[in-house]
Write a protein that binds this ligand. Structure first.
Ligand SMILES: C[S@@+](CC[C@H](N)C(=O)[O-])C[C@H]1O[C@@H](n2cnc3c(N)ncnc32)[C@H](O)[C@@H]1O
Length: 379
């Protein structure tokens, strides 16, 4: 059976690949020569795919059981395969064809002409074409750099813009320079929390509510904790503004003492921990940055549910542009505060296994390291 194809947005494709793998854990994610296309194999239901695309930050659309064409083949072979596809994968209701490009314009191929021909095949099969509000869209993505076209019934919009970037942190009633970009916040929540029904998301140091807001908007039950009453009050205003107060609860308290802060019914139900710690000395003023992270990892382990994951974002010295890949195990990064070896040891010694590391460019003098870890159960 043909694989599904995920079409990724251009921002940080390495993180977007990890995000879709986390949202669809039963899928096997395989790379294609195209940077922004991946194959999804395995037993994934259409309902889970829809949910994953709707809440993802980095996935434009999924093309189900997609036909793949490469420019080593004549273009007619794509049309022949699409003719079979349309007969085999039928839909009920009106349809439209939609196409979008990755990496510029594909030489010698007219997307318009292909759409016209595929639209003709659909009409011949008796489908009503409705360009405004079709029940189903047949998507076609052309990747000029890899010379690949993927085609299939779409799940998701295929839009380059995710709607998240339109909801800027500066638009919220309570904004501070520390507020996370919603796009990164959503991606981190998805990476840590996985599928929506998996469990509760905990934003350990919520500040203006960057993660807790994205967790709630994406449909998750969530908690946010902060030591600072001003932050809790402001984050609550942001939640009210986003009409998410029913999904998320904010708690004044110390993330290094979670058993004292969380309500009893949340303990051992937390599946996704997200942490964006203070840049310099923390507001307690007692722990150095690495010691604070260690204490939070330790405390998180004690309240975590089964198979919980942890995502940590820390500032680093600039690392160039976004890496296209996760960092290799031996790649050196220079943290703004503390040493990488010490931070790595914190994860290992508190019962968390590192799964991946990515870097993001912020500006000339700042980068971010994004760490993803999974819980190691204790005996
Ligand atoms: C970098 S900010 C978080 C920004 C947040 N991600 C946002 O989008 O606004 C770090 C937050 O950690 C809080 N904090 C520091 N130490 C803490 C602790 N031990 N427990 C809970 N919160 C703490 C600070 O009050 C601050 O609001």
């Amino acid at each position: 059976m043909a694989s599904h194809v995920a079409s990724l947005r251009g921002w940080h494709t390495a993180l977007a690949r990890a995000e879709i793998a986390s949202l669809l854990p039963s899928a096997v994610v395989n790379r294609l020569p195209a940077r922004r296309l991946v194959l999804l194999d395995g037993d994934v239901s259409p309902e889970h795919m829809l949910e994953a695309v709707n809440c993802s930050s980095g996935c434009q659309a999924l093309l189900t059981h997609a036909v793949l064409w490469s420019n080593e083949q004549p273009i007619d072979s794509l049309l022949e395969q699409m003719s079979d596809y349309i007969q085999t994968h039928t839909r009920t209701g009106s349809v439209a064809v939609r196409s979008w490009k990755h990496e510029g314009k594909m030489e010698g191929v007219s997307a318009r002409e292909l759409m016209r021909k595929i639209g003709g095949m659909l009409s011949e099969q008796g489908y009503q074409i409705d360009l405004e509000q079709p029940d189903h869209r047949l998507g076609m993505v052309l990747d000029a750099k890899a010379g690949i076209i993927a085609c299939g019934w779409m799940i998701g919009t295929g839009d380059e813009s995710d709607g998240i970037s339109a909801r800027r942190a500066t638009d919220r009633p309570f904004f501070k320079p520390v507020s996370l970009d919603p796009r990164l916040a959503r991606l981190a929540v998805n990476l840590a929390s996985g599928p929506l029904q998996k469990g509760v998301t905990l934003d350990l140091m919520t500040g203006t509510g960057g993660f807790v807001l994205e967790a709630a908007v994406s449909g998750r039950e969530a908690y946010g904790i902060d030591l600072d009453a001003e932050m809790i009050e402001g984050a609550q205003r942001n939640l009210d503004w986003a009409e998410q107060a029913n999904r998320a609860s904010l708690l004044l308290g110390d993330a290094t003492r979670l058993l004292d802060v969380l309500p009893a019914d949340a303990i051992h139900r937390i599946s996704g921990f997200v942490l964006d710690p203070p840049y310099g000395r923390n507001s307690q003023g007692t722990l150095e940055p690495t010691a604070l992270i260690r204490a939070v990892l330790e405390s998180s382990h004690s309240v975590a549910g089964e198979n919980a994951h942890f995502v940590l974002i820390v500032p680093i010295h600039p690392f160039g542009e976004h890496a296209e890949e996760a960092l290799s195990e031996d790649a050196a990064v220079e943290l703004l505060h503390g040493q990488w070896d010490e931070l790595q040891a914190c994860f290992e010694q508190t019962g968390w296994r590192l799964l991946g590391r990515w870097v993001e460019h912020v500006h000339a003098s700042l980068g971010r390291l994004i760490l993803h870890a999974a819980i190691v159960p204790r005996d």
